[in-house]
Design a protein around this ligand. Structure first.
Ligand SMILES: NC(=O)c1ccc[n+]([C@@H]2O[C@H](COP(=O)([O-])OP(=O)(O)OC[C@H]3O[C@@H](n4cnc5c(N)ncnc54)[C@H](OP(=O)(O)O)[C@@H]3O)[C@@H](O)[C@H]2O)c1
Length: 255
């Protein structure tokens, strides 16, 4: 599948990593549906930037934590375009609290947006990909397998996302849909500012074997590869983009 002229939905692509993914795919000739929840201006700016790359952009507001809003979004995509080639499940939210302070509301909010949204979006996307195949790529974090401070609910939601990726990869394979996830270490975005204080970001930069922090474009590059035909035989995987941080933990412990 050449990316030229294909249609991609990137959830949460007004800002941060989602925006970088949207621009990367647009730079390869794809038309992009920019989904956002709260920040309309950022989403409209992303759409303008996509158009300045020569691609088409459509902005759709939808809270992916709400099943009805997901349905409305896909109804709109179905009636306007009639198909979809790529779903990038990037949008995420979460409550940063120690285990003792996690209540049902915090758990459900985080799980609904970060994990359940993949299930519901993939179900609807697969119908729009019928007869043409497609790609589904989600964004996860190292917190799915490593313990990070105050990251419990988000980490568990990302573990669910990665497990769901494996099931979707098998069940959607007969429809020629490739499903994978990209998991990043700390990436400099607003979400990172929320979870880590300034000092920790600097430390993490020094601890990255690659010598710098991961930037949104690093994640976008791998997502674009997973959307390409060259990645056809990669299924149900979680590809880590962390500059070597996770495999170098012990080697770097003395630094
Ligand atoms: N930053 C990191 O260090 C890091 C590391 C590893 C993985 N990740 C993952 O990478 C992805 C993007 O993170 P980021 O750092 O770019 O986050 P970010 O800067 O906080 O942006 C979050 C994006 O998700 C959207 N969003 C949030 N809740 C939504 C909802 N309920 N419905 C629809 N859209 C929603 C936001 O849209 P609005 O602004 O319109 O609300 C925004 O575009 C996430 O899956 C995150 O877990 C991030």
């Amino acid at each position: 599948m050449s990316l030229q002229g294909k249609l991609a939905l990137v959830t949460g692509s007004g800002r941060g990593i989602g925006r970088a993914i949207a621009l990367k795919l647009a730079s390869q000739g794809m038309n992009i549906i920019v989904n956002y929840f709260r920040h309309r201006e950022s989403a409209e700016q992303t759409a303008k930037d996509i158009e300045s790359l020569g691609a088409k952009a459509e902005v759709i507001r939808a809270n992916v934590g709400d099943p009805e809003k997901i349905d409305e979004m896909f109804d709109m995509i179905g009636s306007k375009f009639g198909c979809l080639d790529i779903l990038i499940n990037n949008a995420a939210s979460g409550v940063g609290r120690p285990v003792a302070d996690i209540d049902v509301k915090a758990w459900e909010w985080t799980m609904d947006i970060n994990a359940r949204a993949l299930l519901l979006c993939a179900q609807r996307a697969a119908k729009l990909m019928e007869g043409r195949g497609g790609k589904i790529v989600s964004i996860s974090s190292l917190g799915s397998r490593f313990v990070l401070p105050n990251y419990t609910v988000v980490g568990v939601s990302k573990a669910a996302l990665e497990a769901l990726t494996r099931y979707l990869a098998i069940e959607l394979a007969p429809q020629n849909i490739c499903v994978n996830t990209v998991a990043a270490s700390a990436v400099e975005t607003e979400a990172l500012k929320f979870y880590f204080k300034e000092g920790l970001v600097k430390d993490s930069s020094q601890l990255t074997p690659a010598g710098r922090m991961v930037v949104p474009e690093d994640v976008a590059n791998v997502v674009a590869f997973l959307c390409s035909e060259e990645a056809f035989m990669i299924r149900g995987q979680t590809i880590i983009v962390d500059g070597g941080t996770s495999v170098g933990l012990f080697a770097l412990a003395g630094k």
